[in-house]
Design a protein around this ligand. Structure first.
Ligand SMILES: Nc1ncnc2c1ncn2[C@@H]1O[C@H](COP(=O)(O)OP(=O)(O)O)[C@@H](O)[C@H]1O
Ligand SMILES: Cc1cn([C@H]2C[C@H](O)[C@@H](COP(=O)(O)O)O2)c(=O)[nH]c1=O
Length: 217
């Protein structure tokens, strides 16, 4: 049975790498996929992983209709055995409905990849609809880690190095770069709630050092 699968997690947890691995393994078996993305950091019409792998993709915008596009491709004789969609959090709920239609009406497997929540810990519209509709939701196993060593479950945005919780939902950017403007860092929930990034923790640690234990009698 064809399925709509959603591979989800924080930023930097290996989603795009897995998308490229799925594509590689299937094409090694002679299957033909169609790859879509939206606002990849590497630029328009790209699906890129931080491991350095990159492939071409069809760039999706607000007006793009997945079902119409894929039905037209198939009708024109183009072969397509499966569909990969990266940065699926940026899609509209309507476009996720179209992906479900592609699975149910065109009989294609659809593998969607995206972050679950934004820098305010709110679901993205695309991720929300995927959680509602997907046959399978997989949280990625290569866990990204918070600076404290706990599993990172949330995405923080920094502006000029300071964590922020207000602003536009979509601002393309990356983790682990000296961010002069907008940057991102993955955190555990505790440190997201406390708005404590690795930089602010470094400043706060001396104040948090426990006092030396009093000598025991
Ligand atoms: N230099 C590196 N060596 C080994 N692994 C790396 C390196 N850089 C990134 N990675 C791996 O790549 C992962 C990020 O992969 P990517 O597919 O770009 O993530 P996502 O699409 O989820 O944001 C990191 O969690 C890490 O495991
Ligand atoms: C948390 C958050 C992220 N983004 C952007 C930043 C990146 O361009 C992508 C995520 O890409 P990745 O491959 O998963 O690292 O999303 C955003 O626009 N808004 C946010 O709140």
């Amino acid at each position: 049975m064809p399925e709509l699968a959603f591979f989800s997690g924080t930023m930097d947890c290996g989603k795009s790498t897995l998308a490229l691995q799925i594509q590689h393994n299937r094409s090694a078996r002679g299957l033909q996929g169609m790859i879509f993305s939206r606002d990849d950091r590497a630029g328009e019409g790209r699906l890129s992983s931080r491991l350095g792998l990159v492939t071409e993709a069809v760039e999706v915008d607000d007006s793009f209709d997945f079902h119409r596009h894929l039905a037209a491709q198939l009708a024109a004789g183009q072969r397509c055995d499966y569909v990969i969609v990266d940065e699926a959090q940026f899609l509209s709920a309507r476009q996720i409905d179209q992906l479900a239609e592609v699975v149910d009406e065109l009989g294609l497997d659809v593998f969607a990849f995206g972050i679950t929540t934004d820098f305010r810990t709110r679901l993205f519209p695309g991720s929300c609809r995927l959680i509602e509709l997907a046959d399978r939701v997989e949280v990625l196993q290569v866990e990204a880690l918070c600076w404290c060593g706990a599993r990172a479950t949330h995405n923080a945005r920094t502006v000029d190095g300071e964590m922020v919780v207000e602003g536009a939902q979509v601002v393309v950017g990356d983790v682990g770069r000296p961010a002069t403007e907008v940057g991102y860092e993955v955190l555990c929930r505790r440190h997201h709630r406390r708005r404590m990034t690795s930089a602010s923790a470094r400043t706060a640690v001396p104040a948090q050092q426990p006092a030396s234990p009093a000598p025991q009698p």
